[in-house]
Ligand binder design. Structure first.
Ligand code: 13P
Length: 259
């Protein structure tokens, strides 16, 4: 598991799911059953539910995050939402470059870098998502893809800002498929990500960055994933919509301290 340097972070990505009523019910169930949790917790509802989520979670130890943002502050950008607008309604987290946005909406490493800078400018905690497709993994390109995505996302970022970012490793082949990376596969990718971060940001800064695993995280695999030394949390999709499951993942069982 993560070191004392990095508090575990469990975040739920609701994607394009739930209406207002269902969202309120889920958030109340989470809020009422969160006991003495070691991890930092966040939920990322769709834009339409963010203000209600922020209101519902006022005073609760659960952060509200958006699933995307646009890099300009204001202006004629129909359909877009800025980092400043997110902060205004009570968001403190934002996902950036999720593979579904890369695949369905043409996001590139360049747009991810711009979005990352705007999130930091506004004081949001950005969660930058990276991950390879099945074809890339089978073609032995996983490391190359991760390196390109990370270096592209972080270009121009000052090491001093590095501690404020979170990286999520989400192998595309594990998202919504029920196929989870094994703890060893995930740890291997996380270690590679940390080494890449060290080359870009310096080794001290890289040790402070939390790296989350995402892709079919469930109550029955969360403990084993969280036991890995470079897995500092989880980005949970489908199971974050089910209060009992998400609460079990949030209250993951930390491995006994060695020695
Ligand atoms: P699932 O947990 O549904 O596989 O989704 C993972 C994900 O994409 C989280 O961002």
């Amino acid at each position: 598991m993560t070191t004392a340097l990095r508090r575990p972070l469990i975040a739920g990505n609701w994607k394009m799911n739930l209406d207002l009523r269902a969202a309120r019910n889920l958030l109340r169930a989470l809020r009422e059953n969160l006991s003495d949790v070691a991890a930092e917790v966040a939920v990322c509802p769709p834009f339409t539910l963010l203000a209600a989520a922020a209101e519902e979670l006022k005073g609760a130890p659960i952060r509200v995050g958006a699933q995307d943002l646009f890099w300009e502050k204001t202006g004629a950008y129909t359909g877009e939402v800025s980092a400043e607008q997110l902060v205004d309604i009570g968001c403190s987290v934002v996902l950036i470059g999720h593979s579904e946005r890369r695949r369905c909406f043409g996001e590139t490493d360049d747009t991810v870098a711009r979005k990352l800078k705007s999130a930091l400018r506004a004081g949001l905690m950005p969660v930058v998502c990276v991950g390879e497709t099945l074809e890339e993994r089978e073609g032995q390109k996983t490391y190359r893809v991760l390196q390109t995505q990370l270096k592209g996302a972080l270009s121009g970022l000052a090491p001093a800002e590095a501690g404020k970012i979170v990286v999520a490793y989400e192998p595309v082949w594990a998202i919504g498929t029920g196929k989870t990376a094994t703890p060893t596969q995930a740890q291997d990718a996380h270690l590679f990500i940390r080494k890449t971060l060290a080359t870009v940001l310096g080794s001290e800064a890289s040790m402070a960055v939390r790296i989350l695993y995402g892709g079919s995280v469930k109550p029955d695999n969360a403990d084993a994933l969280m036991a890995q030394p470079d897995i500092d949390g989880a980005l949970v999709g489908g199971e974050s919509l089910k209060p009992v499951s998400f609460l079990r993942i949030i209250h993951f069982q930390a491995p006994a301290e060695a020695g």
